[in-house]
Ligand binder design. Structure first.
Ligand SMILES: *Cc1c(COP(=O)(O)O)cnc(C)c1O
Length: 402
């Protein structure tokens, strides 16, 4: 930026792993006066959202909706099945796995932590061993984050189901799909997940404020065995309730519901398989560019194995404080915001300043990703950060299907 001049004027682009870019159709749908909240359009619209959300999660189970962000539904899900003194097994591969475990501790659970670090996915064999060792079946639930947004690892959920089944262990399998729902393939029923938590501001492309807990019959029966569940979080009153206000335990999030309707229309018009494929191709384009930049410079992936990388977020590292310098440069000069590093280094240390993340979830397409990569190329060049040349060409070839 020279003399106050910059190329940042124009439409800004928030390329962070949530909140994600909102489609104009979502913004338009939300921009309206509040409707009658007792009868009419909003009531019909909400009833119709439920099956369309279940289709995104590939589930025939039940769904409770909360006015909450992801942290809220972490607690909502736990509150229905975990009582003080119950034991849970947490399999963590990043800050969000740690965070959900912390939430369980706060509710009085005894947490057994299997910490797999932040550079790769979990090892199902170690999980199986912990389950086999639990001969009296004290572990009531396994807490697993599908895509940990801090490390950008994508974990193998079906492998956990196999570990539970092979050990003959009855624990509930609980999955955090906040960063993966509507981005990476996720099939709740086919994968044998008992409880799924998700939120609306990532793959679902709506501003933060609504969260979801999907659950099956097995989870419902564990809920029935609970001595006490706090009224507000109790999911039983939120599923197919006789009175409309009970869906939300109070006033509905009216504008969010209209936004969600518009987002689900976009998702189902495209088709789940195509949504997943679009995210996969765009992620491969980003990785192709990063491979080239890293070939003659200090850029590296946090997750080196492509098979273990999320298709919605990519955590990267540059030496020195170059991650932060790059973030600031593209924001000030191009109107492009990329994500800070999270949970991989202590806040505001030089190591932390090397980390950054690219969000590529939800309403993103080929030209946006090429713009994101071109912007980073400009930043690396302007800041004289060493990098290989031809990165945008490499991404363009992926997007061109070559
Ligand atoms: C974003 C995210 C959360 C937290 O969601 P908030 O809405 O910020 O509370 C939890 N888990 C994962 C995997 C996430 O990506």
């Amino acid at each position: 930026m020279i003399d106050g001049f910059s190329l940042s004027h124009g439409r800004s682009y928030l390329a962070i792993p949530g909140p994600s870019v909102m489609p104009d159709a979502v913004l338009r749908a939300m921009h309206r006066a509040s409707p009658n909240i007792y009868e009419g359009e909003l009531v019909d619209l909400t009833h119709a959202l439920i099956p369309d959300l279940l289709r995104v999660a590939r589930s025939d189970g039940d769904l409770a909706i909360y006015i909450a962000n992801g942290h809220g539904v972490w607690e909502a899900a736990l509150a229905n099945v975990i009582a003080p003194g119950d034991r849970v097994l947490s399999v963590a591969t990043g800050a969000f796995g740690q965070g959900w475990a912390e939430m369980a501790r706060g509710l009085g659970a005894e947490v057994k932590m299997l910490d797999f670090g932040t550079r790769s996915g979990w090892d199902p064999e170690q999980v199986a061993e912990a389950l086999r060792a639990d001969k009296t079946h004290r572990i009531k639930a396994v807490l697993a984050v599908h895509v940990d947004t801090s490390s950008s690892v994508r974990n193998d959920i079906p492998a956990l189901r196999r570990a539970l089944d092979e050990a003959g262990h009855p624990a509930l399998l609980m999955a955090d799909c906040i960063a993966s729902l509507g981005c990476d393939r996720f099939e709740m029923d086919a994968w044998g997940v008992d409880i799924t938590v998700a939120a609306c501001q990532k793959g679902l492309m709506v501003p933060a404020g609504v969260g979801f807990v999907f659950f099956n019959d097995k989870a419902a029966s564990v809920r029935s065995g609970m001595e006490r569940v706090s009224r507000y979080w109790d999911w039983t009153t939120r599923v197919d309730p006789p009175l409309f206000y009970q869906y939300f335990g109070g006033t509905p999030p009216t504008q969010h519901l209209f936004g969600l309707r518009a987002a689900l229309d976009l998702i189902h018009a495209e088709g789940m398989e195509n949504v997943w494929r679009r995210h996969a191709v765009l992620a491969q384009a980003i990785w192709a560019a990063c491979d080239v930049w890293g070939s003659a410079g200090a850029l590296r992936f946090n997750i080196s194995d492509p098979a273990q990388r999320s298709h919605a977020v990519t955590a990267l590292h540059l030496d020195g404080a170059d991650g932060t310098r790059l973030r600031h440069w593209v924001e000030q000069n191009l109107g492009l915001t990329i994500g800070i590093g999270l949970g991989l280094a202590e806040y505001r240390t030089p190591e932390w300043d090397g980390n950054f993340r690219l969000g590529h979830m939800g309403h993103v397409n080929g030209h946006m990703i090429l713009g994101l990569l071109g912007g980073i190329e400009a930043g690396l060049t302007a800041l004289d950060i060493p990098h290989g040349s031809g990165a945008v060409d490499a991404a363009a070839r992926v997007i061109a299907g070559l």
